[in-house]
Design a protein around this ligand. Structure first.
Ligand code: CU
Length: 197
């Protein structure tokens, strides 16, 4: 929230700066104008004009400063990231399951994201939460729930073989580091890191 306000303020500031710089090219500069008769002795006007010109020139130089340009680019990037994070919503990530293991072996996602495990191997693969054989490391999970007739969508367990070419998807709503394995080849393991949204 603060970040958005900060970016908005910066953008307004940039617009104001642009307006100032634009004004510099306008024919309104009066410092070199010949004072009207009778005003030669008005030092206040001359001082004012000098200050205005000085400010405008200073602003123009600041806009060309690479440090300022870098900050502006950074603000634009930050805005893009913020939009991606808040407007794109939950993402879906893919993990390949082969006969020899999972790829990527470590995957970081956001809370609410879905991971789709696709079998690219040639035998049945059964992804499930650690710890073999009970599969209860992920909150609420447990291999006994696969066979109790209840809703298995909330447990991190495929509850059976995923055939070659088929996939299994699970949505991670628990923040933490969750290890899993292939129940048919227990040495094949992977890790899903779930970060808060
Ligand atoms: Cu197992």
């Amino acid at each position: 929230m603060f970040r958005k306000v900060g970016i908005g303020t910066l953008l307004i500031f940039i617009v104001l700066l642009s307006a100032c710089v634009g004004g510099e090219t306008a024919p309104a500069t009066t410092s070199q104008a010949v004072p009207a008769p009778g005003f030669e002795d008005a030092p206040e006007m001359i001082v004012e004009d000098t200050i205005d010109d000085g400010m405008m020139e200073g602003t123009g130089e600041a806009m060309e400063d690479p440090m300022i340009e870098g900050a502006m680019e950074g603000a634009t990037d930050a805005m893009g990231d913020a939009m991606e994070g808040t407007m794109m919503g939950p993402q879906t990530h893919n993990i390949d399951m082969s006969n020899s293991g999972f790829s990527p072996g470590v995957l970081t996602v956001k809370k609410g994201d879905t991971v789709t495990f696709t079998n690219t191997g040639s035998r049945g693969i059964w992804p499930a939460s650690e710890v073999h054989p009970v599969h209860n490391a992920y909150p609420g999970s447990g291999i006994q729930k696969c066979f109790s007739g209840g809703d298995t969508s909330m447990i991190f367990d495929a509850c059976g073989d995923i055939s070659p070419g088929e996939s299994y998807s699970f949505t991670f709503n628990e923040v933490g580091t969750w290890q899993y394995h292939d129940h048919k080849q227990v040495g094949n393991k992977g890790t899903i890191i779930v970060e808060g949204s």
